[in-house]
Design a protein around this ligand. Structure first.
Ligand code: UDP
Ligand code: MG
Length: 317
C-alpha cells in the first residue's frame, strides 16, 4: 500500500555539480524533459548544488534558474565539500513528496525516472538504480566488485551490490536522512541502513558526457573507507584476533626458550630471535593503532560538530 496519494505527487530532483560547465545545459534539458513526461499533478523542482566549482558552472546554473523560474534552484556552496555533502545540502532544501538523486555528468539516465515513479506508486520508499553495465576500465570495475563483496561481509546490515547513488526516495526516507547529521557520509550505506521498503531497478550506466571523473580513485577510496569505518567494527575485531594469536605465539616462544636453556642446555642466539619478534610485534602494534586511530579521527570529526557544508548563496526565481 502506498502512503502518498497520486494527487499530491511532487518530486524534487537533486544533483551535485562540480566543474560540469560542458554538461550542465544538456543535463538540465534532459532532466526537465523526463520530468515533464511524468505528468506529475503537483509538478517538480530541480535543485542543483554547485559544490565549489571553479569553472563557469556557477554562471550557467544561475542562467538555468532564470530560464526556468519556479522550477530550478541553484545552491552554491562556499567551497568544494564533496559529493555526499552537496547531496545533503540539496536534501535540506528539497520539499517534494519524493526526491530523486542523480549525477550531473550525464552518467545517470533520466529515462529511469519513469520506472522509479512506478515502483514508488506501488509503495516502495526507496527505488535505486542497479548498474547493469559499467563504462569504467577493468581495474576500476574489479575494485568496485571487490568493494561490494568486502562491505557486504563487513557491514552490520545488507548493502545491495552495485546499487548506485541514482535513486528515488520517499519523503519518509529523505526526512530520516536529514535527521542524521553524521560527518564522512556514505549515502548508499545510510540509505540502506534506514530500512523501509526498498527495491532496485536495472539501469545501464552511461559514459560521462564531457570531462574526466571529478571523484577519481582517491574520492572512491575515501567513500570506501567511510563505508567500512562508519558501518563496521570488523577492523577492530581483526586486531583482537591478531593480538590473541601473537600472544599465543609469544607464549610458545617463551616455553621453547626455557626448554632450550634449562632442559636441553643449548645456547640461544639472542639477536636473531629478538630482531624478528620486535619487528613483528612492532608492526602488528602500529597497524592496530592505525585502525584505532581511524575510529578516533572519526570521533574527533563528530565532536567538532562542524556542519557538513556551508551555503554561500541560493538562487531561485
Ligand atoms: N561531484 C561533486 N563534488 C565533488 C566530486 C563530484 O559534486 O567533489 C559531482 C559531479 O559533478 C558529478 C557527481 O558528483 O555530478 C559524480 O562525480 P563523478 O562523475 O566524478 O563520479 P564518478 O562517476 O567518476 O564515480
Ligand atoms: Mg560520473
Amino acid at each position: 500500500m502506498s502512503h502518498h496519494s497520486a494527487d499530491n505527487e511532487r518530486i524534487s530532483v537533486i544533483s551535485p555539480v562540480y566543474n560540469e560547465q560542458d554538461n550542465l545545459r544538456s543535463f538540465v534539458a534532459e532532466v526537465l524533459g523526463a520530468l515533464d513526461a511524468l505528468n506529475l499533478p503537483k509538478g517538480y523542482e530541480l535543485i542543483l548544488v554547485n559544490d565549489g566549482s571553479t569553472d563557469d558552472s556557477a554562471m550557467i546554473l544561475d542562467v538555468c534558474v532564470r530560464e526556468h523560474p519556479g522550477v530550478v534552484t541553484a545552491i552554491h556552496l562556499a567551497r568544494n565539500f564533496g559529493m555526499e555533502s552537496a547531496i545533503m545540502a540539496g536534501l535540506e532544501e528539497s520539499r517534494g513528496n519524493a526526491v530523486i538523486i542523480l549525477d550531473s555528468d550525464g552518467q545517470d539516465d533520466p529515462a529511469a525516472f519513469q520506472a522509479f515513479v512506478e515502483k514508488w506508486r506501488e509503495g516502495y520508499d526507496v527505488v535505486y538504480a542497479v548498474r547493469t553495465s559499467r563504462k569504467e576500465g577493468a581495474v576500476q570495475r574489479f575494485l568496485f566488485w571487490s568493494f561490494y563483496r568486502v562491505i557486504g561481509w563487513l557491514a552490520n546490515f545488507d548493502l545491495p551490490a552495485d546499487a548506485s547513488n541514482f535513486a528515488l526516495m520517499d519523503q519518509n526516507v529523505a526526512e530520516a536522512l536529514r535527521s542524521m547529521p553524521e560527518r564522512n557520509r556514505f549515502l548508499r550505506g545510510l540509505r540502506a541502513w534506514v530500512g523501509f521498503r526498498q527495491c532496485g531497478v536495472p539501469v545501464a550506466r552511461r559514459a560521462r558526457q564531457k570531462g574526466k571523473t571529478r571523484l577519481g580513485l582517491r574520492g572512491q577510496w575515501k567513500l570506501a573507507m567511510n563505508a567500512i569505518f562508519a558501518f563496521s567494527y570488523v577492523p577492530l575485531f581483526v586486531f583482537r584476533i591478531a593480538g590473541m594469536l601473537t600472544l599465543l605465539l609469544s607464549a610458545g616462544l617463551i616455553l621453547w626458550a626455557l626448554y632450550c636453556k634449562l632442559i636441553a642446555g643449548l645456547e640461544l642466539r639472542a639477536w636473531a630471535s629478538q630482531l624478528i619478534s620486535t619487528s613483528f610485534f612492532g608492526g602488528i602494534n602500529l597497524l592496530g593503532i592505525g585502525v584505532v586511530g581511524e575510529y578516533v579521527a572519526r570521533i574527533h570529526d563528530e565532536v567538532k560538530a562542524r556542519p557538513n557544508f556551508i551555503v554561500q548563496r541560493i538562487t531561485r526565481e
